[in-house]
Design a protein around this ligand. Structure first.
Ligand SMILES: NC(=O)c1ccc[n+]([C@@H]2O[C@H](COP(=O)([O-])OP(=O)(O)OC[C@H]3O[C@@H](n4cnc5c(N)ncnc54)[C@H](OP(=O)(O)O)[C@@H]3O)[C@@H](O)[C@H]2O)c1
Length: 197
């Protein structure tokens, strides 16, 4: 859906970084849900990325109106059993979607990637996932940059001599949430420092 797999594939090649040092995730988009469709979408992702396995593959949204997330999950289970992906999971699934999926699943989702940040702490979902051994992963952990101007967070950052973004990411980690902050700025990516510039 992001139309970035070819670019990422090219980036991986040009970087010269060994494949095993990278953790690569992709997701099956809503219009590709269904057993055969998902298997085909997965192969297409591998081709575009020019790699032969993924580290994590997720169902992007449950889309209950389509009624296909269970067949889609069956395809993910097959890909996992065939060794084509090292972990499988879902994204944007609420507790009732997970209950319904797990009821008929052979393998429980290993990850649930959801919106998570200090303005949306997802307490109940987090407790549910912990109870079921599902790793919560935070999308838009900086609320797309909006939280970086938050006075309370700025105050905490000043107190500890860190950037606001570092405080947010630390909060994710202390809550045992995997965080995937994004930046297009080379210096932020290279240094791993999420400063104010
Ligand atoms: N599963 C889903 O449905 C779903 C939905 C939304 C997002 N996601 C995933 O979540 C990941 C991250 O989410 P996101 O990109 O929406 O939001 P985000 O990581 O919360 O925020 C990214 C924004 O914050 C800015 N930013 C980063 N560090 C900064 C800093 N130190 N100071 C000021 N601005 C800073 C970035 O600007 P620059 O680029 O200019 O640095 C960018 O505009 C993405 O990779 C996306 O794939 C998943």
């Amino acid at each position: 859906m992001y139309k970035n797999e070819e670019g990422v594939g090219q980036g991986i090649k040009e970087s010269g970084v060994p494949r095993e040092e990278l953790f690569i995730t992709s997701k099956v988009w809503n219009s590709d849900q269904g057993y055969e469709e998902t298997l085909a979408a997965f192969e297409s992702s591998l081709q575009k990325l020019e790699i032969d396995y993924l580290d994590l593959y997720l169902i992007h949204w449950p889309v209950p109106s389509k009624g296909k997330y269970k067949e889609t999950w069956k395809a993910l289970e097959k890909l996992y059993k065939d060794g084509k992906v090292r972990a499988i999971g879902v994204s944007n699934f609420k507790e009732h979607h997970l209950d319904d999926l797990i009821k008929d699943a052979e393998i429980k989702p290993m990850v649930n990637q959801v919106e998570f940040h200090p303005h949306f702490a997802q307490k109940e979902l987090r407790a549910y996932c912990r109870e079921h051994g599902i790793q919560l992963e935070a999308w838009s952990p900086l609320k797309q940059g909006e939280l970086l101007d938050n006075p309370a967070l700025i105050q905490i950052a000043e107190k500890y001599g860190k950037s606001t973004a570092q405080v947010i990411i630390r909060w994710d980690l202390q809550n045992e949430v995997v965080s995937i902050p994004k930046s297009k700025k080379e210096h932020r990516i290279i240094t791993g420092r999420y400063g104010s510039h």
